[in-house]
Write a protein that binds this ligand. Structure first.
Ligand SMILES: *Cc1c(COP(=O)(O)O)cnc(C)c1O
Length: 397
């Protein structure tokens, strides 16, 4: 079935157009541009024969609705030709845990990059270790050295590019080729770039997940996760979703699809404003380092340039050594930068972080307090003025 209501285009559509057109079935939507929000569990079968054969486009609410189908088709089109299916989950973390449970079994070994999202590590140390899966963490910048970490029972490698606090850039195509030689699958937490700026399935990744809570939702109003998989991994993902009973609420599915329609314009602005703020911060005397792979000076820049087509609005800074009360003075002074977890919405955020206590394969010692910034859709002049007031308070404390 054509995923778009337009006539078949003569050339492949560009991503911005795909985001607008994919997953729209105007006829099924009775002329409306958007699909209905289907709240439903039971699906009625017209005849006993249909019931026995499980015949019909939909069987049961958990297994899919016209709303989930529209979102899945749109995401598949965005991920590109390698994508064999997209699973929907109630949060980004549940997308990660579902993907890991789908591919691993007791006795397996898992490789996880040391800059991975902390709750991902917690899942590995918590449930996975209890179920007999051992995890080894690796330096995201390990390069070809990753080959030495494989064991006969290594079943999967989980990467995050860039890590969402410290922004190191693992070499995904390299890791994928080593993993595939050894029969392991590659899972990528692609939340930072989204499939719009990083088509990870095209680069050898088998399972690409999104905390759609972030940029796909884009408005800080949903919890949502997606799991995209290639033909090799999709049967495993699909089976795990059914067995675990993973599904997402209809209103959140609708909001994720609505977010997707404007993803390209929002991300373009996050990219522009993020880079402008990163450059401005790099020139500040209070800042010793800016961790942003789209900056030419960043150690991950070459990989970012090769594998990504854009950057989002999330990066970190290292401040010159200062007491906690100076950092707190900055945090308490800024008004446009809210303090809170998550990111990817329209609003700017700032959060202090310290990943030193839980890194195991690498040592994180930045030499000063660290802040993670999310650059939202406000005017950058206002954001600079806000941070200037924050730095004045930092310097005075
Ligand atoms: C937020 C986040 C997640 C988890 O998403 P939730 O929807 O909050 O569960 C996973 N990975 C990364 C990189 C994230 O930033």
């Amino acid at each position: 079935m054509n995923s778009s209501d337009n006539n078949e285009p003569s050339q492949p559509l560009k991503a911005e157009t795909t985001l607008v057109t994919a997953g729209r079935d105007t006829k099924a939507q009775k002329g409306f541009v958007n699909p209905p929000v289907v709240h439903g569990s039971t699906v009625l079968y017209p005849t006993a024969e249909d019931l026995h054969a499980h015949r019909g486009e939909y069987q049961y609410g958990r297994r899919g609705t016209p709303t989930t189908k529209a979102l899945q088709q749109a995401l598949m089109a965005l991920e590109g030709p390698q994508c064999a299916g997209v699973g929907l989950a109630p949060s980004g973390l549940s997308a990660i845990s579902t993907a890991l449970l789908a591919v691993l079994k007791s006795g397996d070994h898992l490789l996880v990059c040391d800059n991975a999202y902390r709750p991902t590590r917690n899942f590995c140390e918590g449930l996975l270790s209890r179920y007999g899966v051992a995890t080894t963490y690796f330096d995201p910048l390990i390069g070809p050295g990753i080959a030495e970490l494989f064991k006969p029972n290594t079943r999967a490698v989980l990467v995050e590019a860039p890590g969402s606090q410290t922004f190191e850039m693992p070499d995904i195509p390299l890791i994928a080729s080593v993993a595939h030689e050894r029969g392991a699958l590659v899972i990528d937490d692609n939340t930072w770039a989204t499939p719009l700026y990083h088509r990870s399935l095209d680069q050898g990744v088998d399972i690409s997940m999104q905390a759609a809570t972030k940029y796909i939702g884009g408005h800080s109003d949903i919890m949502f996760g997606t799991i995209s998989a290639n033909a090799r991994a999709w049967p495993l993902i699909s089976e795990a979703i059914q067995l675990l009973g993973i599904c997402a609420g209809p209103d959140d599915v609708f909001l994720a699809l609505r977010g997707l329609r404007t993803l390209a314009v929002r991300l373009a602005q996050h990219h522009r404003s993020g880079l402008e703020m990163a450059r401005w911060l790099a020139a500040r005397p209070e800042v010793t380092r800016v961790l942003h792979p789209a900056l030419e000076s960043d150690p991950g820049h070459a990989i970012w340039k090769r594998d990504f087509t854009g950057a989002s609005g999330l990066f970190s800074i290292v401040l010159k050594p200062a007491p906690q009360k100076a950092v707190d003075a900055l945090l308490d002074t800024v008004k446009l930068f809210g303090m809170g977890y998550s990111w990817g919405g329209f609003e700017s955020l700032v959060i202090p972080f310290d990943c030193e206590p839980y890194r195991t394969a690498t040592k994180w010692s930045p030499g000063g307090p660290t802040l993670r910034l999310h650059i939202g859709l406000e005017n950058v002049d206002d954001l600079k003025a806000d941070l200037e007031r924050g730095f004045a308070a930092f310097n005075a404390a």
